[in-house]
Design a binder for this molecule. Sequence first.
Ligand code: NAI
Ligand code: MG
Length: 398
Amino acid sequence: MAKRTIVSLPGDGIGKNVLEETIRVLDAAGFDAEYVEGDIGWEFWRSEGNPLPQRTIDLLGKHKVALFGAITSKPKDAAFEELAPELQEKGLVYSSPIVGLRQHFGLDICLRPCKSYIGNPLNFVKRGVGDVIEEPAVDVAIFRQNTEGLYGGVEWSDPPEKVYDALMTHPKFVKNFGDTPKEEISVSTRIFTKKATERILRAAFDHAKKYGYKSVTVCEKPNVIRETSGMMYKMAQQIQKEEYPNIELWNTNIDAQMMWLTKNPETYGVIVAGNMFGDIVSDGFAGLIGGLGFACSAQFNPDSGVAVFEPTHGSAPKYADYEISIVNPIAMIESACMMLDFINENGIAANIRKAVAEVISEGKVRTYDMMKMRGRADVVDKGAASTTQMADAVIAKL
Ligand code: NAI
Ligand code: MG
């Protein structure tokens, strides 16, 4: 098979460490690829005033598939102060390069699988009947709409007259907020479009069908947020009825779902939600399977095939300067496995996942998070595996 070209976007901090180790694992697993590195992150904000240079966008446009580590972002004042002096007068405003990639390439589907590994000491456990300790096997795939809803950025404080006037046409606005001075009002909108809603629902059902999940759960709040959540659920009912009659459609409210999460997490299969609720429910499930060291994700556009695979965690700046990197590379390795699935290298993905599973179940090699240690430079002296040692252990199993 022709050699694949993969764009590597290490970014900042520990993003660099976990991506480097992951590429070693991919090589060892026999994935025949060439990696071209793209510039992204804080370094490029400081030196060029742009954390996502056009050349990086071009690179991804050309090669389509990227592995992404993590980036650092900082509040407005710090962003300005750290900008190269000659750029400070240019009125540049920092904006997240991840959001930039998402918008530029229309990466509207976000997938965050949460599957527990047997023997992971961080797995969620609970007390069952007769005080027995139960460890539910979690295997959910969360589909989060990635471009709309509360994260769409359509918001105002002290809204412009036209917006205010429009709001005043709604009887509920008049009743509940009509007496409040305009300057004291902040509005964040939650816009759902039929097109994007249909795309995320379809992606969720397709995934359920392809990987044999028996149910798709719409996790929203249609009884209260009637228009947006209501639309999503109604569309889901129609799609299920017409195209996926063999997959059950469930409906949970986000608040109740956060409770069911610890009561019966093993019950759920595919979960689909809007942007905000998808973010919440995926963090909730990630906590059950080991947290940030294990949470992987994909963002993609099914039409163009542009896809970015990344761990959910950030750049953890406090660990970035350790002489020996201590962070867990599994979230990044898992993200790379999602990439392999995406490009139909399922066999290599399965081999890597099997190797990771063996390392975890053996329990001899564990990063500091798996040993419930506080993350400090001396954890390796105290018996925790470094990032490199964890990757080595996985490679040894391959
Ligand atoms: P973070 O995810 O970088 O770190 C939070 C804590 O989680 C760490 O201090 C560490 O204790 C733990 N942790 C993270 N990754 C781990 C790993 N692989 N293994 C073991 N433990 C791990 O989040 P934080 O501290 O809120 O943000 C740091 C920077 O990262 C900020 O500049 C933030 O804007 C950025 N960020 C970037 C993201 C991305 O690139 N997708 C996502 C989240 C935050
Ligand atoms: Mg989040």
